[in-house]
Design a protein around this ligand. Structure first.
Ligand code: AP5
Length: 216
């Protein structure tokens, strides 16, 4: 299974990617997670990406395409993968399609999650992530037993730097201008599977499975 997850910041891509990863036994490839790791490691790529991420802007396509190309060449992606946060521009989608063609691979679907803007702000401002295992919580919808530590591994929970309200606004504008046209791109290719991301996590997951089954 080869899937792409589309949607605005806070639509639930990361949350659903983890469920889909377990269901289909395919790795989640999150460009956001890869970039945050590069920033934490202080690599040259991380230093370059941080400036863009802190402003809520997109990291240049050339950097992102290289990251994805490298990651998809790894052994665990041989039988499938789930891309979370890529492609994010039509140029990235075209580069991705070239990568697939070179490997004689086909995409099974592009799942698009949609949530209203007010909900995005609530979701992102309340998100807490575990530094150790990447586990995700929400102070209101999925609170940890203890405000500061992860229920699963005891790691520290933190708030992402780009989840401040002014940066969330900038990320939404970037989404509207640069990423929203991707839905049309995948619709034209007959790949788009639209799902209402505003429902509860389990219901969204069921909707995704149904949309994929219908298309098979
Ligand atoms: P990235 O990390 O990809 O961020 P994003 O796309 O803005 O998406 P988020 O991770 O914020 O949200 P999500 O949709 O995954 O929602 P989540 O499941 O966490 O990218 C960060 C930055 O990296 C970008 O701004 C850019 O600079 C750079 N970048 C990355 N990829 C790039 C690319 N391809 N090109 C260029 N630059 C790139 O959920 C959010 C919260 O809501 C959580 O607290 C969760 O618990 C809660 N929640 C989830 N689902 C539900 C639900 N159904 N009901 C209630 N609460 C829910």
């Amino acid at each position: 299974m080869r899937l792409v997850l589309l949607g605005p910041p806070g639509a639930g891509k990361g949350t659903q990617a983890k469920l889909l990863q377990d269901h289909f036994h395919i790795p989640q490839v999150s460009t956001g997670d890869i970039l945050r790791q590069a920033v934490a490691d202080g690599t040259a790529r991380g230093k370059q990406a941080k400036e863009y991420m802190d402003r809520g802007e997109l990291v240049p396509d050339s950097v992102i395409n290289e990251i994805v190309e490298e990651r998809l060449a790894a052994e665990d992606c041989r039988t499938g993968f789930l891309l979370d946060g890529f492609p994010r521009t039509v140029a990235q989608a075209e580069a991705f399609e070239t990568m697939l063609e070179r490997r004689s691979l086909v995409l099974d679907g592009a799942v698009s999650l949609w949530v209203p803007r007010e909900e995005v702000v609530v979701r992102l401002s309340g998100r807490r992530t575990c530094r150790q295992c990447g586990g995700m919580y929400h102070v209101q919808f999925n609170p940890p037993a203890n405000d500061l530590t992860c229920d699963r591994c005891g790691g520290d929970l933190y708030q992402r730097a780009d989840d401040r309200e002014d940066t969330i606004e900038a990320r939404m504008e970037v989404y509207d201008k640069q990423s929203a046209p991707l839905r049309e791109h995948f619709r034209e290719k007959g790949m788009l599977r639209e799902v209402d991301g505003a429902k509860g996590t389990d219901e969204v997951f069921e909707q995704i499975l149904t949309a994929l089954r219908k298309a098979a």
